[in-house]
Design a protein around this ligand. Sequence first.
Ligand code: BGC
Length: 750
Amino acid sequence: MDIEQTLEQMTLAGKADLCSGADFWRTKPIERLGIESIMMSDGPSGLRKQAGDGDHMGINESIPAVCFPAPVAIASSFDPALARTVGETMGRECQAEGLAMLLSPGMNIKRTPLCGRSFEYYSEDPYLTGQMGVATVQGIQSQGAASCVKHFAANNQEKMRMAGDSVVDERTLHEIYLSAFETVVKEARPRSVMCAYNRVNGTFMAENRELLTDVLRDKWGFDGFVVTDWGAVKNQVKGIQAGLDLEMPGGSKAGRNRILAALEDESLTEAELDDTVRRLLTMIDQSVRQQKTGVAFDREADYAIARDAARECAVLLKNDNDILPLDDKGKIAFIGSFAERPRYQGSGSSHINSARVSSALSAVQDLDVHFAQGYTAAESKTDQMLLAEAVELARQSEAAVIFVGLPDRFETEGVDRKTLDMPDNQITLIETVAKAQPKTVVVLHHGAPITMPWADKVPAILEMYLSGDGVGEATVDLLFGRSNPSGRLAETFPLSLTDTPAFLNTPDAKGRVEYREGIFVGYRYYDIREMDVLYPFGHGLSYTHFEYTSLKFDKARLDDTQTLSVSVTVKNIGHRTGKEVVQLYVKPVDSQVSRPVRELKGFAKIELQPGETRQVTFRIDKMAFAYYEPLLRDWHVESGDYTIEIGSSSRDIRLDGTVSVTSTVRIPVVFTRYSMMGEILKTPVGQRMAEQMQAQRGDEGSSDVDALGEGASGMAEAMKQELPLEALISYGVMTEEQLDGLLAALQQNS
Ligand code: BGC
């Protein structure tokens, strides 16, 4: 399509029409000009293509499809190649189903584990979220389908999600909440971004020019189109002026009429509308050109991909005395309703109509496994009969595996959780069975951190999260050692809800929530407060062990335009083939700004045979050392030393070494009469002033500051550093005129 020519041929009404969808999932066609309608669907765990009645909460039927592991599980694989494969598979399915765009991935940071959509997001860490997002978008788009990354931005809880206001300082916003979007936009070029329902710092995202245009398009170079979350539009004219393109779902004429009225009264110019329409036409044109024919949705093949992915995502949280893997010759008890009917996906708009799901029970037909239901998933109260049956079976078996987690109703889009606790009946089941059978393994199915008051009472815990259609087969493969667990937690499991970073900063009655914990989210918070946690970020065990040696850097000093190569040697020192996730954290040694203790800046997943050794090399750059500096409105590296930590988790650091990094950028300093002496004395002008004052004091005797006494000279020195410049006037050291002169000199030389 010739976009400019088409634009010229469009009527104003036609242009206004195109800015809202035709129905729940489609854009409007304009037959006269050959503009086709394109279709989109959720995301992010598979296709939720609705052929009949549409809805945005996963209520009405969608086509039979394949459910892949939820994003929380995909992130736990710490394997971008796997995320890419899943993305490619979904992209292919889109082509087979005539879908131009998949509403995936969700890139929001897990600020609180209570968020009802935690399962749909990757991680508490922006770097990991960014890497997983890049791989997923590249996978989807490699097939010609468009990826729509969501929900931009600071959409971190469900409470009052359509009206809430996330109040976030600039540094936190960029460093924590925008950073993964920035990475994905720059590195994977998604063709679409979905703006969130909520406000950010008082302005609805659908009307937030600062974020939709100044940051997303102008700063990051986004050249795709922005679609609203379903029903997020308030005033479409303001939206268009802010950088919004498409209102979804469609069906109402309100937006169109408002646009036409605004053109009429000249509060909207045709040029402004054209920018939006141009982006929409480009998207439609690209989609039509990339649409392939003859692509089949091979549900069996894609199920196998989902199952293989599920194995890679599981996290072995605990394995005392190597109780796992289980011997597949013995009599084993499978206990718990989830063994028969697993929980494998979350509720809401991501809900997939699975064509086939495997349960753990259906995957052990050839083994001596016996089943007891143990509890009713829909209840929280213990059913004594089910409990007694389960205990009896556990007693008669060589080992017991209990399948528990959170019931559906605990985790869903639109509602936040109120507690991190599991239902009482499941806790009682674990505790009672563990007393009867010392070889008790707990398998978990849920989408976000839970408390585990029972963790010390069982020797092994396997975290399966919500791992999609292949959940049962994958679980059994891992339990019996046909596969070796290799996932790592992409989020911290805290000891209690009251420990969590955002615990004190929750939405008020109007949905306004101040992100007062700032950049200290997830492990950044637990580490700086030196708190114990249940399981730390990056944690996950294997049936083998790895040894780390020979940490090397290609240079000891660098500036922020250079890259640093970091290599380390890893050896499988156990008896099974296994995969290790080598994690690289960066830790400022001595910083003038508030920084987290450590931040993940690299990771690599490698497979090693027993006895095999491999060198892993990371290449890190400015972004590994930088923080977001509001004075520069940009990322900035503070000159100084940084420790590079290599570990198997954020709390299992095996090797470290220090490099020195120099900044090539100076932060402009503004001096005022309230600037501290400490800051001023660091400048040449300040030093000269100090010398002059010293000489003067030599002539005139001591000042009030010096009168603090000889013995207290250390304290006096410290106090001087903390004195505001203007105090020198009260102390009679300087006149107003001299102070003005000094400020002018400081400013001139800064
Ligand atoms: C969700 C989006 C989803 C859309 C369409 C909204 O309620 O927030 O993530 O893509 O519905 O179903």
